[in-house]
Structures are given as structure tokens and as C-alpha cells.
Design a protein around this ligand. Structure first.
Ligand code: P6P
Length: 327
């Protein structure tokens, strides 16, 4: 079986002049993911579960493993020699890295779903890779505010029943499973395709009364009995975007995080959650929109910007957006 590193080398035509940079950055991301996977799998023995006693720029309480994962990725990307800047959920501002070959930027959520860490439920890492706008000028925040359709590559690592890396560089989506005997990721899910339709919808039903009417009506549609369209659908919601997305990518389904009173623009962050997942969704034949705009076409205004998210099987996303457009 082909390792992720060799898979990337065999697909270098796709990345053309950016191949070298993306390969080195992917090598550093997978090394960091392996370290984090080992820590996650014995977190209870290392006294690294629970709160870190700090809050991030989002006002969310940081878990110890959030900070540990962030530090591990920053160290790995800094030593890659090709990364010149990082935008992380765990850092208020961008991190600028002095690097001679540094033409590439990484946006990341180092450990997504961290509220699930203490109860042993799947969590994940999400990342995007961009090229700096101008190779002759220093990195600025503007380099990070590129539209998602400028991503060179994107992926997630799912620390689930197995540890998997799902990755795209614009030439389809491939899944790699971590083999602890060989300490490397190997191709296990080639050419992942999102089923056009499905019978799973994922959202936090607890926020129902705060959802826009159109989303409430779509939920009622999912719950109606209709044999021909295989309804009622099943509600599946893990509370970790990576885990919910990954299940829906394989089985068919839709994940929705709409605006709520608490999060009027949606909860999920554009740069390091929605854009990378949208790139993967579209590359696998799925769809990713806010309530009215393609995620990858949004021009970001700030690095921690939040947007609403409708993502997954294309026909399910279209149906949900039809309900949303009515109001
Ligand atoms: P809620 C985890 O904190 C996260 O960012 C995503 O992984 C997940 O989909 C979402 O928030 C869950 O949010 O409000 O339903 O708990």
C-alpha cells in the first residue's frame, strides 16, 4: 500500500510548481498528527484531559489538548522550512514564521471537537494550505484572507476508531489510515465520492427554536414519513465536525450549522473549518454553502470569521437551501 508521502510524489503534476512546498508541509502535518494521535489515545493517563484554564479568542474554554496540539503543529510547520505563516483557532492573531523557502500558509483548527476529548468521542484536526500572495513581500493578514477557491490543498485528520487523514489537492479526495506498526499513513480510501443523496441529517436539534424558519421546515421535511424518498431520515450528531462530516461523506448525508441567537453568523469558522471541509466536499462531488453563498467564493474579512454551513450530499444540500430560500 502507498504511503501518503509516496502518493503525493506520484501526483506531483497536480501541484506543479507548488509540489515541493505542499509535500514538505504535508510531511510536517502528518508527523504532527501522529504525535497527537498517540497522545489522544492515552490522554487519560497523561493528565492532559480537561480544561487548560484559559479561553481562546472565540471566548471558548481551551482544553489542555487544544493547546498541546496547537504547539505541536506550530513546531512541525516551523521546522518544515516551507511555511511562512499560520492562522490557528487557538491564536488570536496570525503567526509569522521566518523561513527561507516559506511561500506557504496554513490555516488550521488543531483539535476540533475538543469538548469530546474527556468523554472519549472522536475529534479531529482540520487544515488548509495556501500560497502567499506575493513572494517578494513579507506575510500580512491579507495573505490569509484569500477566498477558499485559492486553496492549494486541504484535509482533516480524524482521531476515531482508527486515525485517518482525508486530503485533497484539487484532484479528487483520498483517505489514508495510520498504521501504528509502520508509524505512517497508507492509502486506504482512494477516490472518495460523496453519495448524491442520503438519509442522514446532522445538526444540533437542541437549537431548533432558534433556527431560521426555513431550517425548521427542512427539519420537519426530514422527519416526515415518505417511503419513496426514504424519509424519515436519521438524525446523527456527534458534536465533532470532522466525525459528522466523515460519516456523511461515506454514507451520504447533510451537516448543517445554521445561524442561531447565540451565533447569528453561524458558529463554524470560515478559514480553518468551513473552507477546508468545503474543498473536500466539492472535490468528492458534494456541496458546501452558507444559507445563500458557495463557501469557497466568500471573501474573508477577518481570520476568525464565522459563517453558516450546509455541507454534504449535493441533492440534500440543494433541498435544504430550497427550504431556506423560501424565507
Ligand atoms: P454545538 C466543536 O466545538 C465544533 O466546533 C464542531 O466540531 C462541531 O460540529 C460544533 O462545534 C458543535 O457545536 O454548538 O452543536 O455543540
Amino acid at each position: 500500500m502507498k504511503s501518503l508521502h509516496h502518493f503525493l510524489q506520484d501526483n506531483k503534476t497536480y501541484l506543479n510548481t507548488n509540489f515541493e512546498g505542499v509535500l514538505h508541509i504535508m510531511d510536517s502535518i502528518q508527523k504532527a498528527s501522529i504525535i497527537i494521535s498517540k497522545k489522544v489515545r492515552k490522554a487519560g493517563l497523561l493528565n492532559i484531559t480537561g480544561e487548560a484554564g484559559a479561553t481562546n479568542v472565540q471566548g471558548e474554554s481551551q482544553k489542555k489538548l487544544d493547546i498541546i496540539a496547537n504547539d505541536i503543529f506550530i513546531e512541525a510547520l516551523t521546522t518544515s522550512g516551507y511555511c511562512c505563516g499560520i492562522a490557528s483557532e487557538e491564536n488570536d492573531d496570525i503567526l509569522i514564521i521566518d523561513s527561507k523557502n516559506g511561500q506557504y500558509l496554513v490555516c488550521m483548527d488543531p483539535l476540533d471537537g475538543s469538548s469530546n476529548i474527556d468523554v472519549n468521542v472522536s475529534i479531529g484536526t482540520i487544515f488548509s494550505i495556501y500560497k502567499k500572495l506575493d513572494e517578494n513581500t513579507p506575510v500580512t493578514v491579507d495573505d490569509f484572507l484569500q477566498k477558499g477557491n485559492k486553496q492549494l490543498a486541504a484535509g482533516y485528520v480524524l482521531y476515531g476508531s482508527s486515525t485517518m487523514m482525508v486530503f485533497t489537492s484539487g484532484n479528487g479526495v483520498n483517505g489514508f489510515t495510520y498504521d501504528s506498526d509502520k508509524n505512517d499513513f497508507y492509502l486506504s480510501n482512494p477516490n472518495m465520492n460523496s453519495p448524491k443523496n442520503g438519509t442522514i441529517y446532522s445538526l444540533n436539534q437542541g437549537n431548533f427554536i432558534e433556527f431560521p424558519i426555513g431550517v425548521q421546515n427542512y427539519i420537519h421535511y426530514c422527519q416526515e414519513k415518505d417511503k419513496e424518498s426514504n424519509r424519515p431520515y436519521s438524525l446523527r450528531y456527534i458534536g465533532s465536525l470532522v466525525a459528522d462530516f466523515h460519516r456523511n461523506l461515506q454514507k451520504g448525508g447533510i451537516f448543517i450549522y445554521p445561524p442561531t441567537a447565540k451565533t447569528p453568523n453561524g458558529k463554524l469558522r470560515l478559514l480553518y473549518e468551513c473552507n477546508p471541509m468545503a474543498f473536500i466536499a466539492e472535490q468528492s462531488g458534494g456541496k458546501a454553502f452558507t444559507h445563500n453563498q458557495r463557501i469557497l467564493d466568500i471573501k474573508p474579512t477577518e481570520i476568525h470569521q464565522r459563517v453558516s454551513l450546509f455541507i454534504g450530499s449535493s441533492e440534500m444540500v440543494n433541498k435544504a437551501l430550497d427550504f431556506v430560500k423560501e424565507y
